[in-house]
Design a protein around this ligand. Structure first.
Ligand code: GUN
Length: 281
């Protein structure tokens, strides 16, 4: 049976460190750290994330300015808000929750944020710095989900150098930055996705699996090498029948936890694994 990788406990430690840093900024530099959080529309998952980020920021003595815009908001209005926040010296970070409604070009909005306030690390310049690595990486904001996943791996794998890692999913938010972080750690990295041939076979050769495909419980023990370390980035809501026969729902990962636990040496649970690390990072 696999050991559990406890993201909840690790995230609490990170938040305590962040609070210390922000207390120092307040008392020693008279800077009141402030994050602008922009949510456009009614995406239920986005609302939950934004709510958690705002709550945790308060816990760390980081102020937030919340901007909740209607789903019908046009691109120009959003770009105007970004421009105001870029020029507002009381705002130090800008987080625009993704996805954005269809009428808005996400890339245009992300790249309109000044690089120094792009705390998500999604701006082309921050993405470029991560891709170049080395000293450039020190200047980059790193996307929070891959960063949280890497911190968990570093805490649970003695030496990442030379390990074979398979990242499942190629998104700009998780898959691509995750693969770049693992390359920087000298892992041998393969990125697989919906068009990959013999995807199970490729995964079953990996020492480390990072699953970020957004498909509930898709990865089971057949996908895994004995002793693999499994990081499950997925957060999927599925319908279940409750004990009393009524309909309910629960949150599961991209990994079939029970089956995968039979082969993995270490695994993140969902919830309580990568999720809290994302918020803390
Ligand atoms: N949507 C899903 N993940 C993220 C994230 O890390 N940041 C933002 N801004 N939006 C997201």
């Amino acid at each position: 049976m696999a050991d559990l990788i406890d993201g909840k406990a690790f995230a609490a430690k990170i938040r305590a460190e962040v609070k210390e840093d922000s207390d120092k900024l307040i008392s020693q530099k008279q800077v009141d750290p402030c994050l602008a959080v922009v949510l456009v529309g009614e995406n239920p998952a986005s609302k939950v994330y934004v709510g958690q980020k705002t709550k945790m920021a308060a816990e760390c003595n980081i102020k937030t300015k919340d901007f909740k815009l209607e789903a019908s908001t046009d691109q120009e209005t959003l770009l105007k808000l970004i421009d105001e926040l870029n020029n507002d010296s009381s705002v130090h970070g800008i987080l625009v929750q993704l996805p954005l409604p269809k009428q808005i070009d996400e890339r245009k909005v992300i790249d309109a944020i000044v690089v120094e306030k792009d705390v998500d690390g999604f701006h082309a310049i921050n993405a470029g710095r991560l891709s170049i690595g080395g000293d450039m990486l020190k200047k980059a904001f790193i996307p929070c989900t891959p960063l949280g996943s890497l911190l968990l791996l570093k805490d649970h794998v003695e030496d990442l150098k030379g390990k074979s890692a398979v990242v499942i999913g190629r998104s700009n938010i998780v898959g691509k930055p995750m693969s770049q972080l693992l390359i920087e750690e000298s892992c041998t990295v393969t990125v697989v996705h919906s068009k990959t041939k013999e995807i199970e076979k490729v995964c079953s050769q990996a020492d480390i699996i990072v699953a970020a495909i957004g498909r509930a419980e898709m990865i089971d023990s057949k996908w895994l090498k004995d002793g693999a370390v499994v990081i499950d980035v997925g957060i999927n809501r599925i319908s279940i029948k409750k004990e009393d026969g009524s309909e309910g729902s629960k949150i599961v990962g991209d990994v079939d936890f029970e089956s995968a636990s039979e082969k993995a040496s270490k695994i993140t649970p969902v919830p309580g694994g990568v999720g809290p690390m994302t918020i803390a990072c």
